[in-house]
Design a protein around this ligand. Structure first.
Ligand code: C2O
Ligand code: CU
Ligand code: CU
Length: 432
């Protein structure tokens, strides 16, 4: 009965609450006029449940997902993954949160109920009848990613929420096609980051800003106990330079609100102080530290390249037959590799930040080198903890260590700027 929760007034799909160890069956009925398939972003599921584009079903057909939730507690999400059509499907509203719980998280007694806020950030453009406008299919928009001119939070434009002057747990998802946010609270309210894509961190991290790229999630605690009742606390995306995320083309991105423009996301208005003392646990999770850097891991370089008006992964793009796998993209199930995402400038000043996502298992960020020290997005990046999407800024090389899923089959890795994904900045890897 508590499994599905609809966000009031929102176009988003229901929030699906699951428990670790649970067996799940989901029936996806495609009533669209075109093919689609749903992917469970961040969940480690068998090939047949992963939503690979070659599994897309047509209008009137049904696809049944059957899997066990093996992921630990955390904030995950779902969205369609059809070949070359992911961006428009997500933009039109097909996405939702998957919240997994487990005993380790229960024991922390984190703020819940009204004190848990679910915030999905998506930027959109509107027509005069207030309908979503998607024009992401043009050449410049595909190369730069399509940016909206207003941010919606869980389906509402600049919502204001009445909240108790108490501790809150805020779960954030950047469900935007292409926009990167640099989030910060007003009133000097800081963020205590307790989790990322793959669940709780070992220890909380205190941050003033949080950089959230498409596909990424964050779990933060916010202390409103010292805020006087009646005060408005804003959550904003702070301004940064367009060059911090980069762009393609001499004239730059033609978006009316360019990347880096300051944006107000939402407002919390405090009412009376509520009782119930809460103290941030010093240690959140034992699981977070159950890994080690593996000296014997096979290292593979994945250059993120722009050539001939096309983004690619080492010069390769997603093939039309959807099944192409190179030898270096074939891995043994459960084996551990290091992939180096190398965001190389192409010499003509065409560079962009790419959030790189790997299906299946959560991975660790080992190292981040290169790039510009002055990049304003840097301070908000959290590389601690388990993650499934890592932001690689212009000029950076980011090393990740991934232990691949133990399910054999064809999986994907790609840039999570959805227009880049659709134009082929995506590849298969085969788990054998
Ligand atoms: Cu969220 Cu392959 O995607
Ligand atoms: Cu995914
Ligand atoms: Cu990209």
């Amino acid at each position: 009965a508590d499994t599905l929760q609809t966000l009031p007034g929102s176009y988003l799909g229901p929030v699906i609450r699951l428990r670790r160890g649970q067996q799940v069956r989901i029936r996806f009925a495609n009533q669209l006029a075109e093919d689609s398939i749903v992917h469970w972003h961040g969940l480690d599921v068998p090939e047949k449940a992963d939503g690979h584009p070659r599994l897309a079903i047509g209008h009137g057909e049904e696809y049944v997902y059957d899997f066990e939730v093996t992921n630990r507690a955390g904030t995950y999400w779902y969205h369609p993954h059809p070949h070359m059509r992911t961006a428009p499907h997500v933009y039109q509203g097909l996405a939702g949160l998957v919240l997994v719980g487990d005993p380790e998280e229960d024991a922390l007694k984190l703020p819940s109920g009204d004190a848990e806020l679910l915030c999905v950030f998506q930027d959109r453009r509107f027509d005069t009848r207030n309908q979503f406008v998607y024009q992401g299919g043009g050449m410049m928009e595909m190369m730069n990613g399509f940016l909206g001119d207003r941010v919606l939070v869980s389906g509402a434009v600049q919502p204001t929420r009445e909240v108790d002057a108490a501790w809150h747990r805020v779960r954030l998802l950047n469900g935007s096609n292409a926009r990167i946010y640099k989030l910060a609270w007003s009133q000097d309210v800081s963020m205590t980051v307790i989790g990322g894509d793959g669940g709780l961190l070992e220890r909380p991290l205190l941050r003033r800003t949080l950089t959230l790229a498409p596909g990424q999630r964050a779990d933060v605690l916010v202390d409103l106990t010292k805020i006087a009742p009646g005060t408005e606390v804003h959550l904003d995306s702070l301004g940064f330079s367009e060059s911090d995320t980069g762009r393609v083309g001499m004239m730059g991105n033609t978006a009316p609100v360019p990347s880096g423009a300051p944006l107000r996301a939402m407002t919390l208005r405090t009412r009376a102080r509520a009782g119930g003392a809460f103290k941030v646990p010093e240690r959140l999770s034992a699981f977070d530290s159950t890994w080690a850097r593996r000296a014997d891991a096979k290292v593979r370089r994945v250059p993120l390249l722009f050539r001939q008006m096309q983004w690619s992964l080492g010069g390769r793009t997603f093939s039309m037959d959807m099944e192409d796998v190179a030898e270096e993209e074939t891995v043994l199930r459960g084996s551990t590799h290091v992939w180096e995402f190398a965001n190389q400038p192409n010499g003509m000043g065409m560079e962009m930040a790419h959030p790189m996502h790997i299906h299946g298992r959560q991975f660790r960020v080992l190292e981040r080198t290169g790039g510009r020290a002055t990049n304003a997005l840097r301070e908000g990046i959290v590389d601690a903890g388990w993650t499934d999407t890592v932001l690689v800024l212009p000029g950076e090389t980011v090393l990740v260590q991934v232990t691949f899923t133990s399910h054999p089959g064809l999986y994907l890795y790609h840039c999570h700027i959805l227009e880049h994904e659709d134009m082929g900045m995506m590849r298969n890897f085969r788990v054998t």
